[in-house]
Design a protein around this ligand. Structure first.
Ligand SMILES: *[C@@H]1O[C@H](CO)[C@@H](O)[C@H](O)[C@H]1NC(C)=O
Ligand SMILES: *[C@@H]1O[C@H](CO)[C@@H](O)[C@H](O)[C@H]1NC(C)=O
Ligand SMILES: *[C@@H]1O[C@H](CO)[C@@H](O)[C@H](O)[C@H]1NC(C)=O
Ligand SMILES: CC(=O)N[C@H]1CO[C@H](CO)[C@@H](O)[C@@H]1O
Length: 749
């Protein structure tokens, strides 16, 4: 700092020149108002660097001893920046350029005062005072630091430094970390030393880099009249260095490998891969099989390739669970950290097992069972203890069961099998399981693989021996039996032989016969032979009863029975001759009308009771004809009138006779003869006509005629009544026979 004495000295140096200019005139001068004044010659004037441009900052103040008015001037050394300007009359000094203490903290100024004649120039220094206008500034950016992950907690890892060009409090710096949650770091506020927080550890595997923002803050100071604190921030990049602290890890787990049919020793099964967990500086990995290979697999220690060492057929298991170990190899070939993983190796099935049937004692291909016929439908044949098995795997062990034999009799369950099943055979059709048809049934049980190219199969014979049960009813050879037996056969005669058969064997097949029914009274049956014969005392008469029917029963020992109907016809014999009714052998015949004779034969059947009539003899001869089947007797056609009759009989009475023979159709036949007397008369009508013709000549007899007519009417009435009576009597004899014939003809079978 320049002393006021040196200023005085420079002033004195100028004096000779002033003194020379005017003798009695004294030079003007500046007031010296002290360093804190803002008026004077700017000696020891100090100005804050944050003073705004345009502000009036000082007043040059001087006077002239003679009282002349003075003018002021302000200049700068050559090459210096001009910060101030002075108003010459008033001396007011204005700041015209921005100040920056950190660039220029002292401004040399030349102030002058003149009274017009004398000019006094003084050199002064304006001091620029500090304002807090500068931020702290970090040194040595950027901040990058590498820290091994195993660095201990609390260790210092870095030191930051920031400077603030301001003076005093505004130039002092403290540090802090911009707060982020879970930060693992801490900084010392004064020294700027960065540390790992106590209790915190770095882990390369979780976070390889940390970014920390550090803030530098000054102590605060005036700026533009206000208190101002300035800060700046920077990022510290902390790279965590990997240390040897993680075991290897297998990539791509879980691991599955397969051994196929075509595999041979040396076949590659699977390749594992592990890498060091310390990826920053990984160690080489060495593989080995730790357990579970059973000697069938090996692993290439460097490549991790698992190979088969035997033929697949020699593998004992279907599944291997290898424990494979990956170890890190250290710099001196020592084994460090390791990890074990599981490799599941499945032996893919080779379909080398056909299905096989098993009985209770091992493989078996014939199963026999004895059972009663007609088991209930749905019954399980429990006596057959069959299992079937295919020891392959998956599709190779899938097969279908089928029963070949009489269709729809038995059913096998299940139809499809995977690996193993209990074979169940179920009765499907009970009727077909019939001892009477087959005493044993034979089936083939097939097991055939479904989805394999080989279609391995197995066959077993199933033989079912049947036992008889009484399942059959005796059956007659026909539903009815027709027998004919001649009437008059002696008692005990065979009538017919029936047979019924029962298909069951042994006692169940025995049949016992019996008969019953209303028509059975006259008959007996032999219980075992089935021969039906008449009772010893029975006589059969076709004329009394010619048809018998009854039932025959065939019964087995358990009472199962069936029935048949027996029809017995008693055959008629010609044992009766025709017979004329003696009371009706006198007839009156009107010329032109027939008379009828009739004989009756008591035999039951044609032709034994069929009668043929004939005229054996007549008196007179050749006057009658007879209808051979009806017995009607007529006059021969030429006998038309009573005259002819009388001419034939030569006026004798008209009682003629004829011998009629009745012959039945039996063989041999019977004949009977009867004499029929016939009284011939004329028809009444013709007689009356003849009579009335005679009346014309005899009127006197009209009364007598009328009387005769009345008499005749009465006679006619009596006559008709008589005829009706006779007819009635005759029908009463004929009808019973006719209805009897109807009865016996009915069951003509
Ligand atoms: C100049 O200085 C004198 C003496 O100290 C003082 O009386 C006067 O007021 C000042 N003038 C100005 C304009 O400051
Ligand atoms: C190897 O594996 C077998 C079968 O899984 C097991 O019983 C045995 O304990 C294992 N040995 C070791 C050392 O893990
Ligand atoms: C293991 O694998 C590596 C790389 O594939 C090979 O070079 C080496 O010969 C193999 N070692 C054995 C014993 O097969
Ligand atoms: C009708 C008829 O033949 N009458 C005869 C009856 O007999 C006499 C004599 O023999 C005849 O002369 C009738 O003609």
């Amino acid at each position: 700092m320049k002393s006021p004495h040196s200023l005085r000295l420079s002033l004195l140096l100028l004096l000779p020149h002033i003194h020379l200019a005017r003798q009695s005139d004294f030079a003007p001068y500046f007031y010296d108002n002290g360093p804190s004044s803002t008026s004077g010659n700017m000696a020891l004037f100090s100005i804050a660097e944050d003073t705004p441009v345009g502000a009036q900052v000082y007043t040059l103040n001087g006077t002239d001893p003679e009282g002349d008015s003075v003018r002021y001037g302000l200049t700068f050394e050559k090459g210096s920046k001009e910060y101030f300007r002075v108003e010459p009359k008033s001396g007011r000094v204005t700041l015209i350029s921005e100040l920056d203490r950190e660039v220029e903290d002292e401004i040399a100024v030349l102030v002058s005062i003149t009274d017009g004649r004398n000019k006094v120039v003084e050199k002064g220094r304006v001091f620029v005072t500090d304002a807090n206008d500068e931020k702290p500034e970090f040194l040595n950016l950027p901040f990058i630091v590498s820290v091994p992950e195993d660095t201990e907690a609390g260790s210092s890892i870095f030191k930051v430094q920031a400077v603030d060009k301001d003076l005093g409090s505004g130039g002092s710096v403290t540090y802090f970390l911009q707060t982020t949650p879970n930060t693992k770091f801490t900084i010392d506020g004064h020294s700027g030393v960065l540390r790992i927080k106590p209790g915190e550890y770095l882990d390369y595997e979780t976070s390889k880099t940390h970014f920390v923002t550090v803030v530098a803050k000054d102590g605060g100071g005036k700026y533009n009249g206000k208190h101002q604190v300035m800060t700046s921030s920077a990022t510290i990049t902390i790279n965590v260095l990997d240390a040897q602290d993680s075991p290897p890890t297998f990539v791509g787990t879980p691991y599955f490998g397969y051994v196929y049919e075509v595999s041979v020793p040396g076949s590659e099964i699977f390749t594992v891969f592990a890498k060091d967990g310390d990826q920053g500086n990984p160690n080489p990995i060495q593989y080995s099989i730790f357990n579970g290979s059973d000697g069938s697999f090996s692993i290439n220690s460097s490549s991790g390739c698992i190979t088969l060492t035997t033929y697949p057929i020699q593998l004992k298991n279907e599944l291997y669970e290898l424990q494979v170990k990956a170890s890190e190899v250290g710099p001196e070939n020592q084994l460090l950290d390791y990890t074990i993983t599981m490799v599941t190796i499945r032996v893919v099935d080779l379909n080398n097992h056909p299905p096989t049937f098993y009985g209770e004692n091992g493989p078996q291909n014939r199963f026999e069972l004895t059972m009663y016929e007609h088991p209930p439908e749905g019954e399980i044949l429990r006596g057959l203890k069959i299992t079937v098995n295919d020891s392959d795997q998956g599709a190779n062990a899938k097969f279908r069961l089928r029963l070949v034999g009489p269709g729809r009799v038995l059913r096998v369950v299940p139809q499809t099998v995977l690996n193993e099943a209990q074979v169940t055979i179920i009765v499907e059709n009970s009727t077909a399981i019939d001892y009477e048809k087959y005493t044993f049934l034979s089936f083939k049980l097939l097991a055939v693989e479904i989805d394999t190219p080989e279609r391995f199969s197995a066959t077993a014979d199933i033989i079912i021996h049947l036992l008889d049960t009484n399942d059959n009813t005796p059956k007659f050879s026909t539903d009815f039996y027709i027998a004919r037996i001649p009437e008059n056969s002696p008692g005990g005669s065979n009538v017919v032989s029936v047979t019924a058969t029962d298909l069951d064997s042994g006692l169940w097949g025995d049949v016992k016969y019996s008969i019953y029914g209303s028509g059975a009274d006259l008959f007996l049956i032999h219980p075992t032979s089935g021969i039906i014969y008449t009772q010893p005392w029975a006589t059969l008469d076709a004329e009394v009863k010619s048809k018998y029917n009854f039932y025959v029963k065939a019964e087995d020992t358990e009472g199962k029975y069936s029935l048949a109907e027996v029809f017995v016809t008693v055959l008629d014999l010609n044992d009766h001759p025709p017979e004329f009714d003696e009371n009706f052998l006198e007839k009156t015949m009107i010329i032109g009308a027939p008379v009828k004779v009739e004989a009756v034969d008591d035999d039951a059947e044609e032709p034994n009771n069929v009668i043929e009539y004939s005229i054996m003899k007549a008196d007179p001869e050749n006057v009658f004809d007879i209808n051979t089947s009806t017995g009607e007797i007529k006059l021969k056609p030429f006998i038309k009138s009573m005259e002819i009759v009388q001419n034939i009989t030569r006026q004798k009475d008209c009682k003629w006779s004829v011998v009629v023979q009745a012959r039945d159709g039996g063989s041999p036949s019977f004949t009977t003869t009867a004499v029929v007397k016939i009284d011939i008369t004329e028809a009444i009508k013709e007689r009356i006509i003849a009579y009335f013709l005679g009346l014309r000549n005899r009127p006197l007899t009209v009364f007598g005629i009328c009387l005769s007519f009345v008499t005749f009417a009465v006679s006619l009435t009596v006559f008709i009544s008589s005829i009706l009576y006779w007819t009635a009597v005759r029908q009463a004899r004929v009808n019973p026979e006719a209805s009897f014939r109807k009865i016996i003809r009915r069951p003509k079978l």
